[in-house]
Design a protein around this ligand. Structure first.
Ligand SMILES: CCCCCCCCCCCCCCCC(=O)SCCNC(=O)CCNC(=O)[C@H](O)C(C)(C)COP(=O)(O)OP(=O)(O)OC[C@H]1O[C@@H](n2cnc3c(N)ncnc32)[C@H](O)[C@@H]1OP(=O)(O)O
Length: 237
């Protein structure tokens, strides 16, 4: 059975609608703060740009979801801020945030054309409080020729441990992220990001992770992180 936090966070990720379809859906466009129309497409479903191996891993994890021990997490390009009722103070009280610009906000990892940047899908195990992210990085994530940029790896790590913290604890922000880059990751390869919630102390959530090759023979990266649950009474300005 999912914990309350996880269920709420998952509900938020699904558009804050109980029972909203997690599947790819051509459904109605969302209306953000401006009149701009945006897509409701769930990007965590197979696309033509996914490699055969990525698709295979997706199918394997979807199989694990059948008994309910794993959950396939949806992901969207846009977070409709007026629906993010869990952090109204944080989003709406700050005079620093230009509402028109906010309406154009787009999740960083979803701002590349299909196949060129971050292609990924995450699976969550509530009993073990962990997430596995299957990540296929595209050619526009290059750093040293032939390898992924360290910032791109850090981004995917932050997204994965961040999601682990959100589904485990609610609305959090990254306070600290330590990364050991042990081996360069070949450009366009597929890797597994294994994230684990280690402990919760008050508002602090400690999450660790590693990045491995699909056959688990190569340990590319290790990381530890601290997420702090937002104090919704505080103003960030
Ligand atoms: C509706 C749902 C929608 C969901 C939608 C999902 C969308 C899909 C998202 C995918 C996932 C993306 C994940 C990306 C996540 C980011 O990228 S977040 C962006 C980067 N992070 C930031 O910009 C955060 C900037 N920092 C801050 O705003 C504030 O420092 C924080 C982190 C909120 C903490 O501030 P605060 O609430 O005032 O906390 P504070 O009282 O100072 O400290 C609380 C405790 O934490 C400790 N602490 C704080 N900072 C540190 C630190 N750096 N080191 C060690 N200890 C620390 C303090 O010592 C204190 O400890 P105790 O005394 O309680 O033992």
């Amino acid at each position: 059975m999912l914990g309350r936090c996880a269920a709420r966070a998952l509900g938020a990720l699904r558009g804050l609608r109980e029972g909203a379809p997690p599947a790819r859906s051509p459904g109605p466009s969302r209306r953000l703060l401006s009149s701009e129309k945006v897509s409701d497409e769930n990007h965590s479903l197979p696309k033509p740009c996914w490699s055969k191996d990525m698709r295979l891993l997706f199918d394997q994890f979807m199989k694990k979801c059948e008994d309910g021990s794993w959950i396939h997490l949806p992901s969207y390009e846009y977070i409709a801020t007026q629906r993010s009722q869990d952090f109204p103070t944080f989003i709406h009280a700050s005079e620093l945030i230009n509402k028109e610009k906010l309406s154009q906000g787009r999740l960083f990892t979803k701002s590349f054309e299909d196949g060129l940047g971050f292609e990924y899908v995450m699976f969550y195990n509530d009993a073990e409080k962990r997430i596995v992210c299957v990540f296929q990085g595209g050619p526009h994530l290059q750093g040293m020729p032939g390898f992924f940029h360290g910032g791109a790896i850090a981004t995917m790590i932050d997204a994965t441990v961040g999601m682990n913290a959100i589904v485990s604890g609610g609305i959090v922000m990254t306070a600290n992220l330590n990364i050991d880059f042990k081996r360069p990751i070949p450009l366009c390869s597929i890797v597994l990001i294994n994230s684990q919630l280690d402990k919760i102390e008050g508002r602090k959530l400690f999450v660790s992770c590693n990045v491995q090759s699909v056959d688990k023979k190569i340990l590319y990266t290790e990381a530890t992180s601290l997420f702090v649950k937002l104090d919704l009474e505080k103003k960030f300005d």
